[in-house]
Design a protein around this ligand. Structure first.
Ligand code: BGC
Length: 483
């Protein structure tokens, strides 16, 4: 999932400084569901479709993820790091349905659980009287990842590919979701990361241009929305890139235009969509605490005019979700449309994190001293060195009320690679991507080195060194003595 214009930029964020104890308490509440005791509804009552499925819910914890983390714990000797990993192990992460086999039994799915296994486990994790939310990523678009190579998928950009997407992928997912026994689980779906964003900005790439002009990817997206929206306990969140990609005024306007057009073409129109999610698998901060005002001038120039932001006024996901919500509502979307942010890897803690606003009067130097996003360019997206875990998954975050945030989620399971730079044989359609090569300088990213960690495995495969780094650089820090 790459592209400079796409995974490019970040934006400002705000300080998130929860003390360890509060973090531990939050994690405890989230995972153990200890806080709320609500009278149990009658066993037979199906859940209504609610405005925010994450509100008051406990989150499904994926045992496949815990198992991968266990592997890293076994390799780690540093006791403090180990105990941090122990806590991250039980964090709720989304389950990626990244190929047809991921829907089915474990043999076909590289030893991972099937969709039905996950939903059965979710039922088992559900506490009486408390809703449970489980999140799945719908990620198998024909001609997937058209602007990059790392996550090219199994379905070609052809009408046959589209037919298989419908019959063998979406229909099969919908069949499982619709089983009556799962009707009390709030099932949230992230619809096709990078799919529509690529059709907003990457049309200079011939594959993306074809993806759009053929109508295949729009047809696939509408089909997925139609099928999933029809199931009452399923919620749809459309992927919407991130601030460093779609945050420029013109990109944002085109985003609102395309998404409105696509969704209006579904059976239920704008009601097909419960929300949008930003920053999936990216590293863009939630807030840039020391850069709250893009129009502030330094050395006579506005901050947003500097090289890093390149006139993009949205420095972070808080600002971007707010701007996107405003733009969509202006196009007729319901004000209840919720926003969510993938905060799995956008923490940017560690020793390189600035602790105060910069003091230089030279704009680019000032920006570089002030920004918590330590990338050299916002278009860098592959296994970015120096990154850290971000805010824990959380429902209804109180941060930035104007952003209409339904939740922070860990959509990208931290520790799973973004892609490899070497040719690793596989049957998933994944290819070597220069953006994952630390020795490559990326023309689409200002000619900067990619900043990728070396020796990465294929996209989606476990990357121990990256996981260790993300845990070490978490912001807020992971406590060593939590639940
Ligand atoms: C990969 C998927 C994987 C996902 C989550 C994507 O980049 O292409 O195969 O499931 O990341 O790690």
């Amino acid at each position: 999932m790459p592209d400079p214009t796409r995974r490019t930029i970040t934006r400002p964020r705000r300080p998130h400084r929860k003390p360890s104890a509060a973090l531990a308490a939050a994690l405890s509440t989230l995972l153990l569901g200890a806080a709320v005791q609500v009278a149990a509804p009658p066993a037979s009552a199906a859940e209504p479709h609610v405005d925010n499925p994450f509100a008051d819910a406990s989150f499904y914890v994926n045992p496949d993820y815990a198992r991968l983390v266990e592997g890293s714990i076994g390799k780690t000797t540093d006791a403090a790091l180990k105990s941090k990993m122990e806590q991250v192990k039980n964090a709720p992460t989304a389950v990626w349905l990244d190929r047809i086999a991921a829907i089915h039994g474990s043999d076909a799915n590289g030893g991972r659980k099937s969709l039905a296994d996950h939903l059965d486990l979710a039922l088992a994790q559900k506490k009486p009287g408390r809703p449970l939310v489980a999140s799945f990523v719908v990620y198998d678009l024909p001609g997937r990842d058209c602007a990059a190579l790392a996550s090219n998928g199994e379905l070609p950009l052809t009408y046959k590919g589209l037919a298989r997407y419908k019959a063998e992928y979406i229909d099969e997912i919908a069949k499982v979701f619709a089983r009556p026994k799962y009707r009390d689980i709030r099932i949230t779906t992230v619809i096709e990361p990078d799919g529509l964003p690529n059709l907003v900005t990457n049309l200079s790439d011939p594959e993306c241009a074809r993806a759009k002009s053929s109508g295949i990817q729009v047809a696939a997206t509408r089909y997925a929305l139609n099928k999933l929206h029809a199931i009452r306990n399923v919620y749809t969140y459309m992927d919407a890139g991130h601030s460093g990609w779609l945050g420029w005024d013109t990109n944002l306007a085109q985003t609102a235009e395309l998404y409105t057009d696509v969704v209006q073409g579904t059976k239920a129109g704008l009601r097909s969509v419960d929300g949008l999610i930003t920053n999936v698998s990216n590293y863009t901060p939630l807030t840039e605490p020391f850069l709250p005002d893009p129009d502030k001038t330094v050395g006579g120039n506005m901050i947003k005019s500097g090289t890093f932001y390149g006139w993009n006024p949205n420095f972070d996901e808080s600002d971007f979700t707010k701007a996107l919500h405003t733009a969509l509502v202006a196009k007729g979307w319901p004000a209840s449309t919720g926003m969510a942010v993938d905060t799995s890897r956008n923490g940017w803690g560690g020793s390189a994190r600035p602790t105060a606003e910069g003091t230089s009067t030279v704009l680019d130097t000032y920006v570089s001293q002030s920004k918590v996003d330590r990338r050299t360019h916002r278009g860098l997206w592959c296994n970015v060195d120096g990154a850290g875990l971000g805010r824990l998954p959380q429902a209804v975050p109180a941060d930035s009320p104007d952003s209409h945030l339904d939740a922070f989620l860990w959509v990208k399971p931290p520790g799973e690679s973004d892609g490899a730079s070497k040719d690793i044989p596989n049957d998933e359609g994944k290819r070597p991507d220069p953006m994952c090569d630390p020795d490559h300088t990326a023309p689409g990213a200002g000619g900067n080195p990619t900043g990728a960690m070396p020796d990465a495995p294929l996209a989606g495969h476990w990357f121990h060194d990256q996981f260790s780094m993300l845990v070490r650089n978490a912001h807020p820090a992971v406590p060593t003595d939590g639940p």
